[in-house]
Ligand binder design. Structure first.
Ligand code: SF4
Length: 250
């Protein structure tokens, strides 16, 4: 496949995803369950399409119980964060009975990681607050960033985590599908008048869990996670790219 054909395919996929998210936003507008509807679509779009894209690629080394790479900064959109807050509220009591206090873990992680950039986070090597007994306890509700971070080489992951290796062989299919699905959702949110930025997960989740009204406030158009905004990603540049894609400009 030529590079032009690949680019055309990615653009067509982005537009189709944008359209599907726009339809969901229109259908669920004013409904309290818009966030679960949106995230169910985002996660199934990612899983279904990555399976197709990864066909014929080297196998993925990631598996349940491996949390070697879970020290990276996780960035998520508002719907992903709100969905995770719902999941945590629902699982809180059962997890506490198992000795896992997620709210305390998130608060502690936020205290240690707030305002640290990507490089500082890598250097910190602090594990994600959701790893307990070696597994990710919020796995079904993990953000798109985690889904799109898949390695072909377990040994390289361990070397990188120990600071002995700079890069690991990540699956390009996973990265590309994650980026296209997430950006298409952001583009549709923008067109529908919702706040579509991305946020550092520990900080945004602390806000969501402290304030039960964060979801209705976001649904009303408020930027409830503004203090957790990731500023190294330019929304103006992203908006410009979305507009160019929709206008058919390459
Ligand atoms: S949310 Fe789960 S998969 Fe993502 S970094 Fe944390 S432990 Fe890993």
């Amino acid at each position: 496949m030529t590079r032009d054909t690949e680019e055309d395919g990615a653009l067509a996929f982005f537009k189709a995803q944008h359209q599907a998210f726009a339809e969901t936003l229109a259908q669920w507008h004013g409904n309290d369950d818009l966030v679960p509807a949106l995230m169910s679509q985002a996660y199934s779009s990612f899983e279904g399409n990555v399976a197709v894209q990864a066909e014929g690629q080297p196998p993925i080394a990631c598996h349940k119980g491996c949390a070697t790479c879970c020290t990276i900064r996780v960035i998520a959109t508002a719907p992903e964060t709100l969905m995770l807050a719902r999941y945590i509220r629902a699982a809180d009591a059962a997890l506490k009975q198992a000795g896992i206090d997620l709210r305390q873990r998130i608060a502690e992680a936020d205290g240690a990681t707030r305002d640290r950039d990507e490089r500082q986070r890598v250097a910190l090597r602090r594990r994600c607050p959701f790893i307990a007994k070696g597994i990710c306890v919020i796995y079904p509700a993990r953000p798109l960033a985690c889904r799109g971070h898949a390695s072909h080489d377990k040994r390289a992951c361990a070397e990188a985590a120990a600071g002995r290796l700079e890069g690991i062989p990540l699956s390009m299919s996973h990265m590309m599908v994650r980026s296209l699905v997430q950006n298409a959702m952001q583009s549709a949110l923008r067109d529908a008048g919702y706040v579509w930025a991305t946020y550092e997960l520990n900080h945004a989740l602390s806000i969501a869990l402290d304030d039960e009204d964060s979801e209705p406030a976001w649904l009303s158009g408020a930027d409830v996670f503004a203090p957790a905004r990731v500023t190294d990603i330019s929304l103006d540049e992203m908006a410009n790219t979305f507009d160019r894609i929709h206008a058919g400009v390459k």
